[in-house]
Design a protein around this ligand. Structure first.
Ligand SMILES: Nc1ncnc2c1ncn2[C@@H]1O[C@H](COP(=O)(O)OP(=O)(O)OP(=O)(O)O)[C@@H](O)[C@H]1O
Ligand SMILES: [Mg+2]
Length: 344
């Protein structure tokens, strides 16, 4: 609708992840490098986590888009699959027939398929998106699938992408065997303010924008403030900003224009209650948390627990350092003792 008005050839802020619009922010580039690294290792699991809308599926699609030769990749977007359903799903993604077969038949056929790939000098990759939905036992089944091997290398490698909830699942005590097979993991953070502007400009340019200044610095600041640098939120807001500009016949956008759109969309985009809380938080009203006896939202407790986990991690690594130091000290003392003893 607004494309012609702003000299664009396509819509710059579609919500569907499109690899051709891939913007390499620091964390997106890092996640891609980890996936590439995982591919080069040809074994082990790579885990990418990130908040809702930060770009996990986009990264998965970009990887599939640029897939090197010799790798046969399949992607599953997992609802809550049981271990048996996972095996069926994986097999059918690789076109291994599953209808009327028992689980052990399917596993045999899958292994035969993977072996045939191996004999052709190829290997298989499974990208599991929305992996936070997988029950523990299904992740365990995934690990079992990585036990199909030839010449000491697994025939099937898997990458897991999921929202933050995936982290506590993988931290569970009985996931140790899986954890030991993770070769790299990375958490996608939202874009910084500088990246947010870069992201908007990149997508606009990719949609045919001629580069003339459209947004004031304050407008960019306000967009970042409202979206917290989360790409999906940026896309949704930017689409409405451009529509607003077209309807109001704006040549450029200042902070007020952005503010008008934010007012319009805030009710549609987010739960009003949450928005009110976020704004209150920004003003420091909720700082100090439960002193007023109020029960806070889930995010508050999640943040608190994450901080607690970080603090415990720090304490543990501190203890490890201290123990190593004491070990070294004891060894030194022991050596001195032995030397003195032999001098006697
Ligand atoms: N690096 C990026 N470059 C270009 N666009 C991006 C990037 N990251 C995210 N986006 C855009 O943001 C939107 C949300 O991305 P995506 O669907 O990949 O997020 P997600 O992390 O998979 O979300 P969810 O947690 O809901 O599954 C998409 O429209 C996508 O095009
Ligand atoms: Mg996704």
């Amino acid at each position: 609708m607004y494309e012609n008005y702003y000299g664009l050839t396509s819509k710059p802020f579609q919500l569907t992840p499109d690899p051709s619009f891939f913007f390499g922010s620091k964390w997106h580039k890092r996640a891609m490098s980890y996936l590439q690294y995982g591919l080069s290792q040809a074994e082990g699991f790579i885990v990418i986590t990130g908040d809702i809308g930060t770009g996990k599926t986009t990264i998965a699609n970009s990887l599939l888009h640029d897939m090197q030769e010799g790798i046969v990749a399949a992607q599953i977007v997992s609802p809550k699959l049981s271990p048996d359903e996972l095996v069926k799903m994986v097999a059918s993604k690789f076109n291994v027939p599953v209808k009327g077969s028992t689980k052990s038949d399917i596993l045999n056929d899958l292994e035969a398929f993977l072996m045939a790939l191996h004999n052709q000098g190829k290997r298989a990759l499974l990208l599991v998106d929305e992996a936070q939905n997988l029950p523990l036992e299904t992740i365990e089944e995934l690990r079992m699938l990585s036990n199909f091997q030839a010449a000491g290398k697994p025939l099937l490698q898997s990458f897991l992408l999921g929202q933050e909830e995936l982290q506590p699942i993988l931290r569970a005590p009985n996931m140790e065997q899986f954890r030991q097979r993770i070769v790299a993991s990375c958490h996608l953070a939202p874009l910084t303010d500088v990246e947010c502007q870069g992201y908007i400009e990149y997508r606009m340019q990719h949609a045919g924008w001629d580069g003339r200044a459209l947004f004031s610095t304050e407008a960019y600041d306000r967009i970042f403030q409202f979206t917290h640098g989360i790409p999906r939120k940026i896309n949704a807001l930017m689409d409405r900003i451009l529509l607003f500009g077209f309807l109001e016949e704006l040549e450029t956008f200042d902070e007020d224009a952005v503010e008008s759109v934010i007012k319009e969309v805030s009710d549609e985009m987010f739960l009003p209650e949450k928005q009110a809380q976020t704004q209150a938080k920004a003003k420091g009203i909720l700082d100090g948390a439960t002193e007023d006896g109020q029960i806070k939202d889930v995010e508050y407790y999640k943040t608190m627990l994450t901080e607690l986990v970080d603090a415990l991690d720090n304490a543990i690594s501190h203890k490890i350092k201290l123990t190593r130091y004491i070990d070294r000290l004891l060894q030194k003392k022991y050596k001195t003792y032995v030397r003195l003893k032999s001098d006697d």
